[in-house]
Design a protein around this ligand. Structure first.
Ligand code: HEM
Length: 374
């Protein structure tokens, strides 16, 4: 196979362009060795890139949240997605990260306590929800048992009574490898420039030596789950919740499986099919609805609101927000996931971003969306 993956850093002015061949390892977290996807596509022609950038500006004006405070993030949305592409390869029809997934539907049913936290419409009244579970890597063919499939993603679109949507994008790890979007980009560049043949210590070795939180993120991932329905998902970034009385609280979402936490045994991992998670969730939801309990973990004075790499202590109070009931897989999941764009900045009155990373995400996701719709 002669497929080449070339980083697209030429418009970000941040370092050398590096070329990988299919099958080359692009980084080696302890205990894992991962391969560049053969599906990854080559670099865009320069003319196309120019058109893309012009479109991207327009897109961001339309799609980014208006309620976010000015963000100190220095990296542009393009640079952030370029850094993801540097690690996983450029995608023309798949997400830059969390490329492999499955789309389902259901309902969110709020608890009576939800309205004490926020006046958001879905905290007052049940609403339909579109759900996408995913594996972490920006590699659509990643095996469900590969280390790069962790953490798993759970993205939700709450369809609100006024016809608008509110989105929430979470993953199955209580933390993040970097405190800010700019730091994430540095981490990704270090990983993406540390392939075979690069002298030791590689940029990734050096980065991880100086960033214990990123190192621990790579080293403390769970084994493959029995199901997407047997994991807890964390919002990681903090939001400000405002109730009808104008009271404000800072919180982080966590979405807990009513099926409990279950992971594959080493023997089951050996026997698991590369796409077992989609098959498992299809069979599970066909038998009965899948439920998750929604909670917000509330901050206390001194907790870092704008640093998702630091989990708040488990002793923090949580408030029950309701439950998610997943009822079915959509009829054509591949078509649905291509059309879907989950925006962490799509928020109703009563919920506001409290971490600048949310705005950075809200601006970067549409760039990936555009790249997968060329
Ligand atoms: C600055 C930080 C981040 C950047 C630049 C970033 C970037 C991206 C991009 C470009 C996509 C693909 C969007 C698309 O094509 O639709 C994506 C998807 C995703 N991200 Fe992030 N992300 C960041 C932080 C996070 C965090 C903190 C979480 C978890 C809490 C997360 C979880 C996910 C998930 C689950 C998806 C898949 C969404 C879907 O199913 O469509 N990301 N991210």
């Amino acid at each position: 196979m002669s497929c080449q993956v070339q980083s697209n850093l030429k418009n970000s002015a941040t370092g050398p362009v590096r070329v990988y061949k299919a099958g080359e390892s692009f980084f080696e977290p302890p205990g894992n060795q991962h391969l560049v996807s053969e599906n990854a596509s080559a670099t865009e022609p320069a003319s196309m890139l120019a058109v893309f950038i012009a479109d991207e500006g327009a897109q961001l004006t339309t799609l980014a949240s208006t309620s976010t405070p000015a963000t100190p993030t220095k990296s542009t949305p393009t640079e952030l997605v370029d850094a993801l592409n540097l690690v996983f390869g450029k995608q023309k029809s798949n997400r830059a990260v969390h490329a492999k997934g499955i789309v389902l539907e259901g309902n969110f049913i709020p608890s009576p306590t939800a309205s004490t936290l926020s006046k958001a419409p879905h905290f007052q009244k049940a609403v339909p929800v579109t759900i996408r579970f995913s594996n972490f890597a920006g590699i659509p063919t990643v095996s469900d048992t590969d280390g790069l499939a962790n953490p798993r993603g759970l993205a939700l679109k709450f369809h609100l009574p006024d016809g608008s949507d509110s989105d929430l994008v979470t993953h199955s790890f209580n933390g993040f490898p970097a405190p800010t979007a700019d730091e994430l980009r540095q981490f990704l560049i270090a990983l993406g420039t540390s392939g075979p043949g690069v002298a030791k210590p590689t940029p990734a070795d050096k980065y991880l030596a100086g960033h214990p939180i990123a190192k621990s993120f790579l080293e403390s991932q769970q084994p493959p789950p029995v199901s997407y329905a047997t994991l807890t998902y964390f919002g990681v970034n903090s939001f400000k919740f405002i109730n009808a009385q104008g009271e404000e609280k800072f919180g982080r979402y966590r979405i807990e499986p009513q099926a409990g936490y279950h992971f594959l045994t080493p023997q089951q991992i050996t026997n698991a099919a590369p796409g077992y998670l989609a098959e498992e969730i299809r069979q599970r939801v066909a038998k009965s609805p899948i439920r998750f309990t929604f909670r917000a973990q509330l901050s206390e004075p001194g907790d870092k609101i704008d640093d998702p790499s630091v989990a708040w202590p488990e002793t923090r109070k949580t408030i029950e927000l309701g439950f998610l009931e997943i009822t079915n897989v959509v009829s054509d999941s591949d078509t649905a996931e291509r059309a879907l764009l989950f925006l962490p900045t799509a928020l109703p009155d009563g919920i506001e971003p409290a971490d600048p990373m949310i705005q950075a995400r809200g601006s970067a996701y549409p760039v990936s969306y555009q790249r997968r719709h060329q």
